[in-house]
Design a protein around this ligand. Structure first.
Ligand SMILES: C[S@@+](CC[C@H](N)C(=O)[O-])C[C@H]1O[C@@H](n2cnc3c(N)ncnc32)[C@H](O)[C@@H]1O
Length: 214
């Protein structure tokens, strides 16, 4: 796939290729998503918001951590919302997972609704990241936790699709952005992973995971 098309599909999976793109993202990002789920410290009865879940491949992993966790996945791709609902039909039927189309720049939720918020590999696509972060903070409970994860600029800058609309960050940039949006950084992790890129090539990734309080 040409780099500009791959970039636009990663930003918002759409059309005939959306399902295959989501499958590729799940394979490339499974280690990271599982680490983030661990770091979210999910507890019984937590309400969770995920921004940009793609096809929701890791929702069951979250919901099964403790009793009575409720999950809302918000994605701006209608194809991903439909696919996530299909893949998680059982949890949706039980009322434990919901998916909605929307943009984190303007979240369709009441203030102080969620205990935990997760956003993996989405930060690059936000034109005004401070607006997205302010919205996320608004809908979090005061003692809630936010986990944001993204590839570090140091390796992302060499990926062929990145020139087509990705904003890149290192850990210091992202921590500064979070602080200026009112978050308190609790922990900032960085780890290296040799794995598949979305191009299908093997790549040495440096990944940042930042846990903040609202
Ligand atoms: C690169 S994919 C990552 C998917 C998944 N989180 C993972 O780790 O594999 C980005 C996903 O986030 C969605 N997305 C990005 N920014 C968003 C935003 N501000 N609001 C809602 N959805 C967003 C895209 O439609 C896409 O499904």
């Amino acid at each position: 796939m040409e780099s500009h098309i791959l970039a636009s599909q990663l930003r918002c999976p759409n059309g005939a290729e959306a399902s295959e793109i989501a499958q590729g993202m799940n394979e490339a990002n499974s280690v990271l998503n599982r680490k983030c789920i661990d770091l979210l410290q999910l507890r019984a009865s937590d309400s969770v918001l995920e921004v940009g879940p793609g096809n929701g491949a890791f929702v069951a992993d979250m919901i099964n951590v403790a009793d009575n966790i409720s999950y809302m996945g918000l994605d701006w791709s209608s194809e991903m919302v439909a696919e996530a609902e299909r893949l998680n039909e059982h949890l949706v039927g039980l009322g434990r997972a919901q998916f909605q189309q929307g943009n984190s720049e303007q979240l369709p939720f009441e203030p102080q609704l969620f205990d935990k918020v997760l956003a993996v590999h989405t930060l690059y696509f936000w034109e005004n990241p401070g607006d997205h972060l302010a919205e996320i903070r608004r809908v979090m409970k005061p003692d809630g936790l936010f986990c944001i994860a993204f590839g570090d600029r140091s390796f992302m800058k060499d990926l062929p699709f990145v020139p087509f609309g990705f904003a890149l960050y290192d850990q210091a940039d992202a921590c500064e952005l979070l602080r200026s949006s009112g978050f308190q950084i609790k922990n900032a992790y960085q780890y290296k992973e040799s794995g598949l890129s979305n191009t299908g090539d093997r790549v040495n990734k440096t990944i940042n995971i930042i846990i903040s309080e609202a």
